[in-house]
Design a protein around this ligand. Structure first.
Ligand code: KG4
Ligand code: ZN
Length: 357
């Protein structure tokens, strides 16, 4: 394959086009080095409010329709043409199979037509990598907490292009998913996360003591850095039921605040313990759930107390976007990682130590 990246000077700062289509967002971005030149996102989220959840079939069709216009808009925004592009990066997992297939097919077509190298990269690792576009290159070791409606993962990053270790993940619901389910329980619109957050800010986080999943001493060796939120969600449901049965009026802000406190307490406690255990002094938080105000506040407070620098990119780079994929493509291209074959498939449950396919 003729690749502009065979020329070492181009490899210093290749122009990478990144495509994200793992869920309901179609994201396309252009990155040179750690500089973001364009980032355009189309979303089909508005179509799901009436269903109370994402419908994969609708998401795939939306990607099919939005991909070409989104690529064109990103090129225009960056003031470049396709012939300027040195390499293509695409999220090839984890995510919804149909959605992933749309982005990977578009990326392969571009790579084939342009004679460019293609990297199929890990979406979750992209959530951490994008922070480099905002706050600069990572130090030698970084801890990343990636939290959204689909993931809650704790990653130890020794080199974002070549060495990522998964320390823990959720065994059931993701943090955002737990918020969405509790939102539904409390009669709030989908997605419930931001609504629960808004209510929680008016409530007392210590009003009700909800359980902290996987924090008992017996889990110290087996699940020190794993999360579980489904027991907590059940505890909230039982509490609501018991209060209703007893004829007491629900204090919804207190329920929301106490629930949020339980989620965020566990996320931050385990993450900071992992930082200390592995001698890491920089924590990056990414994923759509990092918009959560309790998480931001507790991570800042506990991070400061532990001497750990907490980096959270602006929210538009925390929700799914093309910049995170272009950023990771840029990192692997500059590190000289071999491109993926043009025969790659998609991996809906891509392991989190796989950076590129
Ligand atoms: O990353 P994202 O946009 O989509 C994926 O899940 O990949 O994350 C959306 C998730 C939803 O579950 C949403 O309810 C949750 O993040 N979320 C929040 C807040 N903002 C978004 N949860 C709690 N508090 C928020 N402020
Ligand atoms: Zn995501």
């Amino acid at each position: 394959m003729t690749s502009p990246l065979n020329d070492p000077s181009a490899r210093q700062d290749p122009l990478i086009l990144g495509i994200e289509s793992t869920c309901d967002e179609t994201g396309v971005a252009l990155v040179r080095g750690n500089t973001l030149l364009a980032d355009v996102t189309a979303s089909s989220m508005d179509e799901y409010a009436r269903y109370g959840g994402i419908i994969p079939e609708i998401a795939s069709r939306a990607h099919l329709e939005s991909l070409v216009p989104t690529i064109q808009a990103a090129l225009t925004e960056a003031k470049v043409t396709l012939s300027d592009v040195d390499g293509i990066a695409v999220a090839s997992g984890p995510g919804l199979v149909g959605s992933l297939t749309m982005g990977v097919t578009a990326a392969k077509s571009l790579a084939l037509a342009l004679g460019n190298p293609l990297w199929g990269v890990n979406h979750v690792i992209g959530h951490a990598c994008v922070d480099q576009l905002v706050h600069g290159p990572f130090p030698e070791k970084v801890m990343a907490l990636v939290v959204s409606g689909g993931h809650s993962s704790l990653l130890l990053i020794r080199d974002i292009a070549t060495d990522v270790e998964e320390l823990g993940q959720t065994l059931d619901d993701a943090a955002g998913e737990a918020f969405d389910k509790v939102g539904r329980l409390l009669g709030l619109p989908y997605p419930g996360g931001p609504h629960v957050d808004a209510l929680a800010r008016q409530g007392n986080p210590h009003a009700i003591r909800f359980p902290r999943g996987l924090t008992a001493p017996k889990y110290k060796d087996t699940h020190a850095y794993d999360f579980s939120f489904s027991g907590l969600k059940t505890a909230v449901a039982r509490y609501v039921e018991a209060e209703t049965d007893a004829g007491r009026a629900l204090n919804v802000p207190d329920i929301a605040a106490s629930f949020a406190e339980a989620v965020v307490d566990v996320l931050t406690a385990k993450t900071l313990a992992a930082c200390q255990r592995h001698g890491v002094d920089t924590l990056v938080i990414g994923g759509g759930f990092s918009a959560n105000s309790q998480l931001r506040q507790m991570a800042a407070e506990r991070g400061a107390a532990a001497g750990i620098t907490v980096r959270i990119p602006p929210i538009r780079y925390c929700t799914d976007n093309g910049a995170m994929i272009a950023a990771l493509g840029s990192a692997v291209a500059r590190a000289g990682v071999s491109p993926s074959a043009l025969t790659i498939g998609v991996d809906s449950s891509m392991p989190l130590d796989v950076i590129t396919v």
